[in-house]
Ligand binder design. Sequence first.
Ligand code: BGC
Length: 776
Amino acid sequence: MKEYIKHNGWKIIEEDFHPEYNKITESLMSLGNGRIGHRANFEERFTGQTLPGNYVAGVYYPDKTRVGWWKNGYPQYFAKVLNAANWIGIDVRIGTETLDLNTAKIISFKRELDMQEGHLTRDFVAELPSGKQIKVSTRRFLSIANSEIGAIRYTLTALNFSDKLTLSPYIDFDISNEDANYDEKFWDEVDAEIKSGEGYIVAEVRKTLFHVCSGMKINLFKNGQPVPFTADIENRPKFIANIIPLTIESGESITIEKFGVSISSENFAKDKLLKTAKKHLAAAFHKGFDQLELEHSQAWLAKWKTSDIVIEGDLAAQQGIRFNIFQLHQTYTGEDERLNIGPKGFTGEKYGGSTYWDTEAFCLPFFLATAPVEVSRNLLKYRHKHLEKAIENGALLGFGEGAALYPMVTMNGEECHNEWEITFEEIHRNGAIAYAIFDYIRYTGDWDYLAPKGFEVLLAISRFWAQRVNWSEQKQQYVLLGVTGPNEYENNVNNNFHTNRIAQWTLAYTLEAISYLKKNHAGIMADLTKKWHFNEQKETTEWKKIIEHIHLPYDEKLNIYLQQDGFLDKALKPTSEIPPKERPLNQNWSWDRILRSPYIKQADTLQSLFLFEDHYDKKTIQRHFDFYEPYTVHESSLSPCIHTILASAIGYEQKAYELYLRTARLDLDDYNNDTADGCHITSMGGTWMAFVKGFGGMRVQSDKVSFAPFIPAKWESYAFRVNFRGATLKINVNKREVCIENLSDQEILITLYDQEARIGASKEIKVPLKHLSNEN
Ligand code: BGC
């Protein structure tokens, strides 16, 4: 755990340069606008530890897999989100020396990410080996109002010298991925244009043939006044630069503004990409830095208005939750149904920008409650668009008749990971995709999403489950063999409770969907029946049999569901007996030892109890929590959030708070020692859920939103907002009372601590805070 980031409500602050943590800081202070993103790399050259990272949404490369013994059904490639052009770079030369914070003496340093307005700043004073001292202030943002554009203002002041100064803003497309499987380069230059003050490169991705154009346009000022300049040109393959010769007198300041553009052929015609990039950049340049930044920060303020969470009495927690919300917004804006939420977003390469079950299981609820309904609908449509590929994916594994197996990892609907037991066998993901449809409809009331999109996906997934089960003569039950549950520390197990349960649930929910469609959209249902050759009588009879007779491993003595067949054969020692130096297990134990152990990476059986909470009473949830949590190592970032919600539901307030801190500050404090690779973006959706569903006790049942809040002992108060069916609610909780404000102009019926309450437009209700604690 590292604690060098200063606590502050709205800012992420690194005071004094920490070169040893530079890659972590670069991840934490990443910027993104849903279309483009980059790590908080320095503008000037830096020869110390750094992971340069610039990403363009939806642009990937199908890298060759590294599977040792390739077998039928394995994916053909392992997709990489591509590290794209570095457009932020500005080389700085003073006399004959290059500014490099790895070799200069740093006199003062501060790097700050402002989450309220979405910009990154850096202020430092450095001394070059010659003794020349300079002061540098930088400010940059990636516009969320003009999502093709970014801008940098870089000001340099000579403190104790007068000399020649050369500024060289550049675009570098000679970029490779750190995680390339065979150290290959993936970009080829297609076109380039460079002149004084402006330049562009168009590059093509090998195999996928995406085109990306990145460009720059430059402004220069001396002591705040514009100065004309003529730059020399550098133009070599995949690299263009302006070389601007200047002189600087002691006490003088030179400012360079660098406007950047990055667009891809995903959104603009390939043959006009350079022209289009020029147009966007010219418009941005014309608006100017201040106006662009104003539009950008206003767009951020609008986002915060609907999604901010305020905590009083705990600055670290306040910073943590805002950081999670900020990064979620930077990664996904929901305007484009072809895009999704990668586990690392725009903050690193690992797991890239691929889509996992994380989106449905951990991120959807955040967007449902804080963004316009189209945003979550687009997340659902993304999977609907991939239905055909999911059916093909099922066929590759031997399934037929329209059975869909959605990929565990995907860029375009095809499976693209290369670990069989861990990833492919996690067929529970199919259930998460079905559950998301239910979750969306439960939240929004938009049942018509079933006609036809929701139903088509449910039907194909149900067909998969019906074919994937087999009847066990011995058990006289249906079983699901050879799977991996959410707990990836068990592979190829039989009858993982969560997988069997979610399969059973999907079949039941699809039956419900059919009833709804027959009643409300008989015509569409008839068309769908024909289109999908749906033999309702035969297929639903089979599903009903499976629902009734699926094996759910259970131990009578302990009165709990078992994670999988044979779980109790393990040497059941709690995690408290693992020597601290052996944690995390995945960095210290052999895989063999992990697989044999009882240790659970993340909520598995408890994932089901969380999803199907309505089907279990509190005592049952508590029994399962008490049994499984002591074996849980929480080595997935997705683990503590689910446990926080369940701990809250059963009144384990202290435990809930401890687990919550792990998720909220996971990256800020580098809990799992892996933030250098990028931030855990999808787990941030889990953090939001942990807060709102855990502390706030928010649920949706029978078309009503309900709350059952408690407040962690350390906090004075907290407040969050949610949209629900056209109303905006602000939930304020302090140590004495709960106040729910209805900020909208429509009345709403809610449930608060099991009591129904009607809140008129612009009215509020207050009730005393209830004590729900169930701890000794
Ligand atoms: C987790 C998976 C998750 C993946 C991507 C893994 O560590 O165990 O559940 O889908 O990371 O976030």
